[in-house]
Design a protein around this ligand. Structure first.
Ligand code: ATP
Length: 335
């Protein structure tokens, strides 16, 4: 039934003229009553649908922002990413959901989306906060055939995809704080967490989940918890506009498909490095590397083809910083 709803919604969205009830019945093999029920559900969800006797139905307006399985599915224009969608109004963590589905054999490209995560995860056991009706929290599951040592690059592929999608939809400059935080006007708009599960024999990747939390429709900085208020922002705060989160997700997944295809050709970042690098914060400037083994400062040279950050220390030593346990800061603050 949910699929019917998404299919009907997508047909209405893409039609300039009325779509008759009979057309819908024939196309989707459903009864008139089923069509009527779907229309009523859509209206209840806030879609403005005109129904004219002998002509049919026409979608006059979608809600500015609504997150639901049908809305997401009806917006998707990807080849494989999001072919299977699991949507939750509230969940613990979309990464955990995706890993559970991964164990159950869910296909490559499965996407888990939630309006609220009440145990959203960042790196090193840190939390990611989402407020109802504001955030896009999603996780993409991949079943890659490449070796495990390539996996850390996937997070940079997603970072570039989110930055590109944010720029396209919001018209703001999105920069990347290595390896994968997306920053707008010096504040964090998106965090990511990539997790990998190996096969029981530990010789192949079983699946990778890439989770992203994006602050989309938070109206003001006061909505964020006090500890992140001075370093977080949202697309709405930056532009004064509301965004449709399903549309943003579609844009991100399309970008990811394109960037991932380029990555797969060489199994390194050489094909997208230029695009990544031009958004990378702090290249040529001094950065503070918060390595658990000891903090140090140096001048950032940008990334190499494997996504490691090249930093020249004060003593002239060149360090290649491996994404994983390390955070990078500007010398005097977050960026
Ligand atoms: P950082 O350099 O920001 O420490 P990180 O990659 O180590 O980056 P993440 O795992 O991406 O951190 O994100 C977790 C951190 O992000 C939290 O500790 C918190 O400071 C911050 N944070 C949590 N929720 C949000 C949010 N909604 N918007 C912006 N920042 C957030």
């Amino acid at each position: 039934m949910k699929t019917d709803r998404a299919d009907i919604l997508s047909l209405l969205r893409n039609s300039t003229d009325y779509v008759s009830g009979q057309q819908l019945c024939d196309k989707f093999g459903v009864t008139r009553t089923a069509v009527w029920k779907v229309m009523n559900q859509l209206k209840e969800d806030g879609y403005l649908i005109e129904s004219v006797p002998h002509k049919g139905y026409r979608l006059l307006k979608s809600p500015d922002d609504i997150l639901s399985e049908s809305e997401i599915a009806s917006r998707l224009t990807t080849e494989w990413a999001g072919e299977k969608i699991c949507y939750y109004d509230v969940t613990g963590s979309t990464n955990n959901d995706a890993k559970r589905l991964g164990e159950e054999g869910t296909p490559h490209g499965t996407v888990v989306v939630a309006d609220v995560q009440n145990a959203g995860k960042g790196r090193r056991g840190r939390g990611w906060q989402t407020l109802p009706g504001t955030a896009l929290a999603f996780t993409l599951l991949l079943r890659p055939v490449f070796a495990a040592d390539k996996a850390s690059m996937i997070t940079l592929v997603m970072a570039l995809s989110v930055a590109q999608a944010v720029e396209k939809m919001a018209g703001v400059a999105a920069t990347i704080k290595w390896p994968n935080d997306i920053v707008v006007s010096g504040r964090k708009i998106c965090g990511m967490l990539t997790e990998m599960t190996m096969t029981p024999e530990m010789d192949e990747i079983q699946y990778i989940v890439i989770g992203a939390g994006i602050n989309v429709n938070n109206a003001s900085p006061e909505e964020f918890a006090e500890d992140i208020r001075d370093k977080a922002t949202s697309l709405r705060i930056e532009t004064g506009r509301l965004f449709n989160r399903a549309e943003l997700l579609n844009e991100i997944l399309n970008r990811f498909e394109a960037n991932y295809e380029i990555f797969l050709k060489t199994l390194d970042l050489s094909g997208i490095k230029e695009d990544y690098q031009k958004r990378l914060q702090g290249v040529g400037g001094e950065v503070r590397v918060l390595d658990p083994a000891g903090e140090y400062t140096g001048v950032s040279q940008g990334i190499d083809d494997s996504g490691e950050l090249i930093v020249i220390k004060e003593n002239g030593e060149t360090v290649r910083v491996y994404a994983g346990e390390v955070s990078v800061r500007g010398l005097y603050g977050y960026v």
